[in-house]
Ligand binder design. Structure first.
Ligand SMILES: [Zn+2]
Length: 390
């Protein structure tokens, strides 16, 4: 007896029955005739394992609920955030992050990578909170925790040691910021060497300002090559690419492709600067994922943790309007995002973990256009949401 059959779901363009037994997918066929304890009729709706959000700041989300948004420059917003960070407790971070994790799951997200600040102001509070949440929600969502040097590595005299402690405490990877506090090349060197010591991947907030004087991508890639870190780094933002001459962009894309530097675009950044040239990145064979980034804090007063919002925004900003362009956007929040996060088993196939997200639309294009929400969520074989339940 099977545990569950999801009938006639749109799986990569074909209508299939999908059977679940225990925590695994056990059969995928046009029509499954075996007896089952439960069946759900997808009626042609799209099914995926779940969405992938490559970049969040769960430790800092929802700060607007206690300190209203005020407009200002980047440094002013950073100072306001630092004031709040000094008051964080593990309990407070846990409550805000958990609320956003639950929203993300409800919107169909299966995996999140979050950068978590580590520095003298907040210590390891964010790391402890997010590692506990990662374990608590492990059967429902994959959460990757990056120990992030938001305030620089060297200024406060403590961050270098704290980053190492965060990795020893169980952080999954490291997060650097190439322009913070003017540390530049020294910062990149430190983060890459620490990553090598602990055999972890790296996220860099890379060339985030969009200004030419902050262009550190060539240096980062040269160091990746020297240290044999091909395919191990994800560059978030890369806004300076939008300010370069065409020939310089062409040279940069070749370097990025050679070292398999992945790129995560956070489309909400468009409120203050130009986004990386996403179509050119894709044409150069560079893998691109999307991230919600800041949500309801001093950098972004909006957002809900639903990565489909980022997909819609990028579609407008860079005119991803044709069917093939919309398919590229779809890959960013599904398969390509999963590759950037190196998710094992991100697939609907026999033998894979039973993670199914049936969305209330008949095609990927309409999922994005309508902001379609899940009607069925199966995680690790358990039905956690069934909007068709009678
Ligand atoms: Zn960020």
């Amino acid at each position: 007896m099977l545990d569950l059959i999801v009938r006639q779901a749109n799986l990569n363009g074909a209508l299939k029955d999908i059977a679940v037994q225990g925590e695994s997918l056990v059969e995928i066929a046009d029509h499954i005739k075996q007896p089952t304890r439960r069946e759900v009729f997808a009626d042609g709706r799209v099914v995926i394992p779940g969405f992938v959000d490559c970049h969040m700041h769960l430790d800092k989300c929802l700060l607007n609920e206690r300190a209203p948004y005020v407009d200002g420059t980047g440094p002013e917003k950073g100072a306001l955030t630092l004031q709040q960070k000094a008051q964080f407790t593990v309990d407070d971070i846990t409550k805000r992050a958990e609320s956003m994790i639950q929203r993300a799951i409800a919107s169909g997200t299966l995996a999140i990578r979050t950068n978590v600040d580590v520095d003298a102001s907040v210590g390891l509070k964010g790391i402890h909170a997010l590692i506990a949440l990662r374990e608590k929600y492990r059967s429902l969502i994959t959460i990757q925790v990056a120990a992030f040097a938001q305030e620089g590595v060297f200024a406060d005299g403590e961050t270098a040691e704290l980053l190492e402690q965060a990795l020893l405490a169980g952080a999954d990877l490291l997060g650097g910021h190439t322009i913070t506090k003017g540390e530049g090349e020294k910062h990149i060197d430190f983060i890459l060497k620490l990553a090598m010591k602990y055999h972890v991947d790296v996220d860099f907030h890379l060339d985030e300002s969009g200004q030419r004087q902050h262009y550190l991508l060539p240096y980062l890639i040269a160091q990746m090559k020297t240290l044999d870190l091909k395919g191990r780094v994800n560059g978030i933002h890369n806004c300076t690419l939008a300010a370069l001459e065409p020939q310089s962009v062409k040279e940069a894309l070749a370097l990025m492709a050679d070292q398999e530097l992945n790129v995560t675009v956070a489309p909400t950044a468009i409120s203050t600067r130009s986004l990386a040239p996403v179509k050119q990145l894709l044409n150069a064979g560079i893998r691109v994922g999307l991230g919600s980034d800041n949500i309801r804090d001093f950098f972004n007063p909006l957002g809900s943790g639903d990565i489909k919002q980022a997909a819609l925004l990028l579609s407008y900003v860079h005119r991803f309007f044709t069917l093939s362009e919309q398919a590229a956007i779809w890959r960013m929040i599904t398969t390509d995002g999963a590759r950037i996060l190196k998710l094992a088993d991100y697939e609907i196939r026999v033998g894979a973990p039973a993670n199914l997200t049936v969305l209330d639309a008949l095609t990927p294009q309409t999922v994005i256009a309508y902001g379609a929400q899940p009607v069925l969520l199966v995680r690790s074989g358990q039905v956690i949401l069934d909007r068709q339940e009678r």
